[in-house]
Design a protein around this ligand. Structure first.
Ligand SMILES: NC(=O)c1ccc[n+]([C@@H]2O[C@H](COP(=O)([O-])OP(=O)(O)OC[C@H]3O[C@@H](n4cnc5c(N)ncnc54)[C@H](OP(=O)(O)O)[C@@H]3O)[C@@H](O)[C@H]2O)c1
Length: 248
C-alpha cells in the first residue's frame, strides 16, 4: 500500500515510511491497551453498517501496521459478526518483521462475547495460527461454551457483565502485554467506563455521513476520561490522531 503519510506533530516530516509510522505508534514497555477506530468528521463509526468504507488506503496501511506490533488483537463479538472477521493472520512482510523481533508470527486473537453467539466452525477458529481466547460471562449458554471450548480458550471474566479489568489482567498474565483492540463501540464503551483504556488511535476520515450511525463508543453510563494528544499524522484525506490517557 503506497498511500503517502506525513507526520504533523511531533517532529514534522513529509512522507514517512513504514518505520516512521511504526516509531510514531511504538508501544511503551509493560502492559498497555490501545484502541483503534475510524470515524467520519461528523462522528459516524460506520457507513452502511461497517467501518471499512469510511477509511481509505492510508487508513488500511496504518491499520495493518498497528496490528503487527501487537501481542494480541482484542475484538468484540458485534464487530466480528458485522465485519465478517476471519483468522488473525498477518501479511508476509509483517510476519517477517515480527520474526526479526522474536515475536510470534501472528498476534493472538481474543474475542469478547456475553452470548457466545460465535460460530466455532468459522475461519476465526478453524484457521487460527494461535489458539484464540474468548472472554465471556459465567452465565453464558453451556452448550455454546462447550462447542467453543473445542477450538478456543473460553475464559469467564464476570457474572452477568464482562469486567474489562479481568480481561486485561488475564491477557497480561498470559504474557500478552501489548493489547490492540479494534473495538467495537460496545467494547470501547465498557473499557472506558472501567478505566482500562491507555490509548486511542483514531482515523478521522474526511466525510460527513449524517444518518443514524453509532459513535465509536457507547455504554450505559457516561465516563468522561481526559486524553492527551501524542501524535498527529496526515494523509491526503485522513488525519491520524494518537491520544494517550492524560498524565501517562
Ligand atoms: N469505526 C470503527 O472503527 C469501528 C470499529 C469496530 C466496529 N465498528 C462497527 O461497530 C458495529 C458493532 O458495534 P458493537 O457495539 O456491537 O460492537 P462490539 O463492541 O464489537 O460488540 C459488542 C458485543 O461485545 C460483547 N460485549 C462487549 N462488551 C461487553 C461486556 N462488558 N459484557 C459482555 N459482553 C460484552 C457483546 O457480545 P454478545 O452480543 O455476543 O454478547 C456485545 O453485544 C459494527 O457496525 C462495526 O462495523 C466500527
Amino acid at each position: 500500500m503506497s498511500a503517502d503519510i506525513s507526520r504533523l506533530w511531533p517532529h514534522p516530516a513529509a512522507r514517512i515510511d513504514d518505520d516512521g509510522i511504526l516509531d510514531t505508534y511504538a508501544f511503551p514497555r509493560g502492559p498497555w491497551l490501545r484502541m483503534n477506530f475510524v470515524s467520519s468528521i461528523d462522528g459516524a463509526a460506520t457507513r452502511e453498517g461497517r467501518s471499512g468504507e469510511l477509511g481509505g488506503d492510508a487508513d488500511r496501511r496504518v491499520f495493518e501496521l498497528l496490528r503487527r506490533q501487537a501481542d494480541v488483537i482484542l475484538v468484540g463479538a458485534g464487530t466480528v459478526r458485522a465485519e465478517g472477521y476471519g483468522a488473525m493472520r498477518l501479511q508476509p512482510d509483517a510476519v517477517q518483521w515480527r520474526r526479526a523481533r522474536d515475536m510470534p508470527e501472528h498476534p493472538t486473537f481474543a474475542l469478547i462475547s456475553g452470548s457466545l453467539d460465535l460460530d466455532p466452525d468459522s475461519d476465526v477458529f478453524t484457521d487460527a495460527p494461535n489458539r484464540p481466547i474468548v472472554y465471556t460471562v459465567s452465565t453464558a449458554p453451556a452448550d455454546r461454551r462447550e462447542a467453543l471450548s473445542a477450538v478456543a480458550d473460553v475464559v469467564d471474566a464476570g457474572a452477568q457483565m464482562l469486567d474489562p479489568a479481568m480481561v486485561r489482567a488475564d491477557l497480561v498474565a498470559r504474557g500478552l502485554f501489548h493489547i490492540h483492540s479494534e473495538g467495537g463501540p460496545g467494547v470501547f464503551g465498557s473499557f472506558i467506563a472501567a478505566g482500562s483504556v491507555d490509548e486511542l488511535c483514531l482515523t478521522l476520515a474526511s466525510s460527513l455521513e449524517a444518518g443514524g450511525a453509532d459513535r465509536i463508543s457507547h455504554s450505559p453510563h457516561a465516563a468522561p476520561t481526559d486524553m492527551d494528544i501524542a501524535a498527529i499524522l496526515q494523509a491526503d484525506r485522513e488525519l491520524f490522531l494518537r491520544y494517550v490517557r492524560a498524565g501517562t
